[in-house]
Design a protein around this ligand. Structure first.
Ligand code: NAD
Ligand code: DAU
Length: 340
């Protein structure tokens, strides 16, 4: 591998991944193709922007001409596709852009991968494609797809396209499905940063429904390490689940954040539930451990504390992020929910 194309590298996981690759592979060229939607932020990569091995191209993965140009210009041999609309609640407010970026965008990248005989194409998918679990059991790679939100349906569609390009054209795709990530640079529409920032601002913490939905949390750098293992050792055509066996009820995560910030639980406000809200996610990641030798190494306790400290120390970052468009979204989604 000499040149890697990271799509969506200005987002949360993508920017952590770009930094991880530059740190660990000093001979590799890293090209970040990102449209810079509301979720894309070049400030996430300020510390690496002068690295001679790093190149940023502003653009849309749906633009085939541009993607082909980037692949030719930088002799790309590996593609890692993070670019996506990623927030479930936004997909409930409007799903069109999710279909365009997550489905058509992936199809365009696969076409280009076929044409230029890319060596490996990693599709960053999600546990949400499996749907929702009851109180027991875990998601395994051979479970049927059963997405419940427009976001999850768009990601499942992309996974199916990847499978088809492997079966029909032999494009060497690998799909990874990871559980909920947390860490620095996460956009504050997602549970953990939203709760940290609202608590810091002494604003209500909106918990959906009864707060007993369960998510399986993994530190973003463990996810980045897993993708590295998949690039190095993964087998084309395969799917790998990624997780950390770290299940939390939402209400308990929210209380933990309040405790660490020394803020009162009276800030918690139970609000109207998210429609189609998946009850529980839990990952079985024995396949990636057994076949590729990856397992998570970060302690949750340390990583969540560091993440909270990162938001405390990077107020400038999130103050800019939550000005402008974010306010419109917040009002639209939470306005009624938070009344009285
Ligand atoms: P994010 O919303 O923080 O970042 C998405 C990035 O993609 C942004 O930089 C955005 O500008 C870019 N983008 C959006 N549309 C684009 C387009 N048409 N062309 C080029 N760039 C475009 O998302 P994230 O949380 O970092 O998630 C990254 C990927 O990982 C997504 O594919 C998501 O489905 C997947 N994933 C996320 C999680 C999680 O917990 N956040 C877990 C599992 C999988
Ligand atoms: O599981 C992987 C997925 O995790 C990724 O594919 C998605 O891109 C990512 O957004 C995330 O989806 P979730 O819907 O699980 O994450 P979110 O942070 O939006 O919500 C986590 C849980 O917290 C969920 O049960 C809903 C709840 N929640 C969320 C918000 C934003 C609340 O109770 N209140 C809130 O304000």
């Amino acid at each position: 591998m000499q040149s890697i194309l990271v799509t969506g590298g200005a987002g949360f996981i993508g920017s952590n991944f770009v930094r991880y690759i530059l740190q660990n592979y000093p001979d590799l060229t890293v090209v970040n193709l990102d449209k810079l939607t509301y979720a894309g932020n070049l400030e996430n990569l300020r510390d690496v922007e002068d690295n001679p091995n790093y190149h940023f191209v502003k653009g849309d993965i749906c633009n085939q001409e541009l993607v082909e140009y980037v692949v030719r210009k930088f002799n790309v041999d590996v593609v890692v596709n993070f670019a996506a609309e990623s927030h479930v609640d936004r997909s409930i407010l409007g799903s069109e852009v999710f279909m365009r970026t997550n489905v058509i965008g992936t199809q365009v990248l696969l076409e280009v991968a076929k044409k230029y005989e890319i060596e490996k194409f990693i599709q960053i998918s999600t546990d949400e494609v499996y749907g929702s679990l009851g109180p027991t059991g875990k998601f395994t790679e051979d479970m049927p797809l059963s997405p419940n939100s427009p976001y999850a349906a768009s990601k499942a569609s992309a996974d199916l396209l990847c499978r088809a390009y492997f079966k029909t054209f032999g494009v060497p795709i690998i799909i990874t499905r990871c559980s909920n990530n947390f860490g620095p640079y996460q956009f504050p529409e997602k549970l953990i940063p939203l709760m940290i920032i609202n608590a810091l601002n002494d604003k209500p913490l909106p918990v959906y429904g009864d707060g007993e939905n369960v998510r399986d949390w993994i530190y973003v750098l463990d996810h980045c390490r897993a993708i590295d293992f998949v690039i190095q050792r993964g087998k084309p055509g395969e799917i790998y689940n990624i997780g950390a066996s770290n299940e939390w009820r939402n209400i308990d995560i929210v209380k933990l954040i309040l405790k660490k910030l020394n803020k009162p639980e009276s800030l918690i406000k139970f609000v109207k539930d998210r429609p189609g809200h998946d009850r529980r996610y839990a990952m079985d990641w024995t396949k990636i451990k057994r076949e590729l030798g990856w397992e998570p190494i970060f302690s949750f306790e340390e990583a969540i504390t560091e993440t909270i400290n990162w938001y405390i120390q990077n107020e400038d970052w999130w103050k800019k992020v939550i000005s402008g468009e974010y306010q419109n979204y917040y009002q639209l989604w939470y306005g009624e929910r938070l009344k009285n």
